[in-house]
Design a protein around this ligand. Structure first.
Ligand SMILES: *Cc1c(COP(=O)(O)O)cnc(C)c1O
Length: 443
């Protein structure tokens, strides 16, 4: 037992979150630490978290906030979940990580078996990646390598609808919305992809045949150079929180078949029940050639993502030279992440999410409509456990967030959007606190 041979060099307390930030800590945070999408010079304020439990995030100032964001779509079962905690603790005692090159283990095998079982028909090969953006890189590389291995050296671009979001790495950035995609400063260095207008027909409205025409025209014009079509099924999230008609996705599948283009569905946000189906693809009853999963995969515990593909793609990628897929993250198949993902998926497989998400959808529909009375509000839309209030003008995030925290809710608006996607375990009372919070803050 090598534990006995080392002296514990520090008071363990220093590594826990029990210590309350002082002014020096806050100053250090502001001077030295990047937070996502905020200025390093004049950053938005941060709140210190000391604990998170169930749907609550506890702040050092004593407030207890109902979480409306699930830490960006991830914490679907809530925080500090006993089953997820136990899975992690048990795995730590066996091993936390071993390289995946030449080694394998039960947590990864169990996870991949479950993913193949749960995902739409035909997705039979799994590549474990370490974050959503990487899984998108992997998906795009698979598509490119697939065509190259077929001896086709022309299919090197991707087509995608506008208002998409697929991550922050370079290939992923190239298929994000070219204007609002948060990356337009890099336009000159990104591969120029083909952008179609975003789908216009709303999820619950009558399908309009004209909606898919521009995509069809672009595909018929460019198909010889197109390796793939990449799309977020049914809900475009960070690029505008738009919810579109399933027929559009059906047509994407059809057009890809007709023109020999691979369909990549990015289910990183929509996967694992969020839209009311286990995967949003199911609303359109289609299977993609390649699917990206991430975010809720580990129930919000550790970064893990997966790129699934069909047997045909896997065969195609590994034919001829170089004969292997050219990607292999250091932390591929991390055992801690796989174990906690297995625990999360086994909660999913118990099936309670279906009633939970349906109940959240019903309540969001009945309570968020009130916001339509407000002068500042342009639109309200709901699907599954996702509620969106679109304002007429951009929101002052710091100011609104202060109001939210005062009301005991954690909601983080962006652009003109106030949106919530709470943990599935939220109670009607807690959810009402969120919807009321939005209404009060916007009024
Ligand atoms: C969040 C997200 C990504 C990027 O995932 P990261 O884990 O942040 O790299 C990609 N695509 C979609 C649809 C997402 O919501």
């Amino acid at each position: 037992m090598y534990h006995d041979n080392i002296v514990n060099p520090t008071n363990n307390k220093n590594f826990t979150s029990d210590r309350i930030l002082n002014n020096q800590d806050l100053h250090f945070d502001q001077q030295h630490i990047w937070h996502p999408y905020t200025s390093a010079i004049n950053p938005l304020p941060c709140y210190q978290v000391t604990k998170a439990d169930g749907v609550y995030i506890h702040l050092s100032s004593g407030e207890k906030l109902v979480d409306g964001v699930s830490s960006w779509w991830t914490a679907i079962h809530g925080y500090n979940h006993p089953a997820l905690n136990d899975a992690l603790k048990a795995q730590v005692d066996d091993f936390s990580h071993v390289m995946f090159g030449g080694l394998t283990h039960i947590p990864a095998i169990d996870l991949c078996r479950t993913l193949i079982d749960l995902t739409p028909e035909g997705l039979d090969r799994v590549f474990l990646a370490d974050s959503g953006s990487v899984s998108v890189e992997v998906a795009m590389k698979m598509a490119l390598q697939y065509w190259a291995c077929q001896g086709n050296d022309r299919k090197k671009r991707f087509i995608t609808p506008r208002n998409g979001y697929h991550g922050d790495t370079f290939a992923a950035m190239s298929v994000c919305d070219p204007i609002n995609g948060m990356h337009n400063i890099f336009t000159g260095t990104l591969t120029q992809q083909v952008f179609a207008p975003a789908p216009q027909t709303r999820f619950d409205k009558q399908w309009n045949e004209d909606d898919v025409k521009p995509l069809e025209d672009l595909i018929s014009k460019h198909h010889n150079e197109l390796a793939g079509l990449i799309i977020e099924p049914i809900v475009q999230n960070a690029g505008g929180m738009r919810i579109y008609h399933p027929e559009y996705l059906k047509r994407c599948r059809q057009l890809c078949d007709d023109y020999s283009i691979l369909l990549i569905c990015d289910e990183i946000a929509t996967g694992f029940g969020r839209t009311g189906k286990l995967f949003a693809c199911e609303h359109a009853d289609i299977s993609p050639d390649i699917m990206c999963l991430g975010k809720a995969l580990t129930g919000g515990y550790i970064s893990l993502a997966a790129t699934l593909c069909s047997e045909d793609i896997a065969q195609g990628v590994c034919q001829g030279e170089p004969g292997v897929f050219m990607h292999g993250p250091t932390f591929m198949g991390n055992a801690l992440a796989c174990s906690v993902a297995n625990a999360s998926l086994s909660l999913i497989q118990q099936g309670h999410w279906q009633q939970q998400v349906a109940a959240i959808e019903k309540q969001l529909n009945s309570e968020l409509v009130a916001c339509l009375e407000l002068d500042s509000v342009a639109d309200v839309r709901v699907l599954g456990a996702i509620g969106v209030v679109e304002c007429k003008a951009p929101i002052d995030v710091a100011q609104l967030q202060k109001i939210f925290v005062k009301q005991g809710v954690w909601i983080r608006p962006f652009g003109k959007l106030v949106y919530i996607m709470p943990p599935y375990i939220i109670t009607p009372e807690q959810l009402q606190q969120l919807t009321r919070g939005i209404y009060q803050a916007l009024r």
